[in-house]
Design a protein around this ligand. Structure first.
Ligand code: ADP
Length: 221
C-alpha cells in the first residue's frame, strides 16, 4: 500500500513540478501553450487532491472514527445519488434510474451515500453511450439488498478478484481519464463491512456488471 500511495502521489506531483518549472523558467512563451500547460497543472492538482481525499476517507472509515448510526432510508439515498449523477449520466448518454421499495436501516448515512454513489458512478463511467444503469433497493428477510446493475463494458474474469484492492484498475488510462483514483471500490467495501454487510459482483465482459450489497437492517456497532 505504501509503495502504491507514494507512486500515486508522486506521479501527478512530478508532472506539476515539471510544467511549473518550464513555465516559471520562461521556456514557454506561446499563449496557447501557456494555457495548455496551465490546464495540465490544474488537472493534475485536482487528481492529487482526489487521491488525498480518498486516502483520508479510507483511513477514517477503517479506523472507525465515524460510527454514528441513525435511521437511514436507502431508497431516499439512492434517489439522491441518482439526482446528483443525473447531469453526468446525461452527458455520457446513460439512462440512469432507481427502482424498488422504501427500506430503512440503522446505518451511517454518509458512508451509505458514498457506497451507493461509488457503485452508481462506476456503472455510469464504465459504460457506453445508450447504456443503462438501474439502482434497486429491496428487502430480503432481515437484510436490505441494494443492487447496481449496468449493461456497460463489464469486468474480465481475471480482474474480478482484484478490483476491491486499493488502486487496482482494469484499464488505468480509462480510470484516469474519468477522474478515478482506484480507491472507490475499496471505500465501498470498507463501508459495507462497517455495517456488517456483504458485497458481491457478477460481471461479463462487454455485457455489463451487477453489484449486490446486503446489509443487516438493525445492526448497530
Ligand atoms: P476507479 O477510481 O478507477 O473507478 P474503483 O475502485 O471505483 O476505481 O474501481 C476499480 C476498477 O474496477 C475500475 O478502474 C474499473 O476498471 C473497474 N470497475 C468498477 N466498476 C465497474 C463497472 N461497473 N463496470 C466495469 N468496470 C468497473
Amino acid at each position: 500500500f505504501t509503495a502504491n500511495v507514494s507512486h500515486e502521489l508522486k506521479t501527478p506531483l512530478t508532472t506539476i513540478r515539471g510544467f511549473a518549472e518550464m513555465l516559471g523558467g520562461g521556456m514557454i512563451t506561446d499563449g496557447d501553450d501557456i494555457r495548455r500547460y496551465g490546464k495540465r497543472i490544474y488537472d493534475e492538482a485536482n487528481r492529487l487532491l482526489n487521491v488525498i481525499n480518498d486516502i483520508i476517507r479510507l483511513s477514517e472509515i477503517e479506523e472507525n472514527h465515524s460510527e454514528i448510526f441513525t435511521e437511514t432510508n436507502l431508497s431516499a439515498v439512492a434517489k439522491e445519488v441518482a439526482e446528483n449523477l443525473a447531469e453526468k449520466a446525461k452527458r455520457l448518454e446513460i439512462d440512469l434510474s432507481v427502482s424498488g421499495s422504501d427500506v430503512t436501516i440503522q446505518a451511517n448515512g454518509g458512508y451509505i451515500y458514498e457506497m451507493i454513489y461509488n457503485l452508481t458512478e462506476n456503472a455510469v463511467k464504465y459504460n457506453r453511450p445508450g447504456g443503462k444503469v438501474l439502482v434497486d433497493v429491496s428487502r430480503a428477510g432481515d437484510k436490505a439488498v441494494i443492487t447496481v446493475a449496468d449493461n456497460g463494458i463489464g469486468i474480465p474474469k481475471e480482474h474480478q478478484g482484484r478490483i476491491f484492492e486499493r488502486f487496482y484498475r482494469v484499464d488505468k488510462a480509462r480510470s484516469r481519464d474519468t477522474g478515478g483514483t482506484g480507491l472507490g471500490l475499496s471505500l465501498t467495501r470498507s463501508a459495507v463491512l462497517l455495517h456488517r454487510g456483504s458485497i458481491k459482483l457478477y460481471s461479463k465482459e462487454k455485457e455489463g456488471t451487477t453489484f449486490t450489497v446486503r446489509i443487516p437492517l438493525t445492526y448497530v456497532p
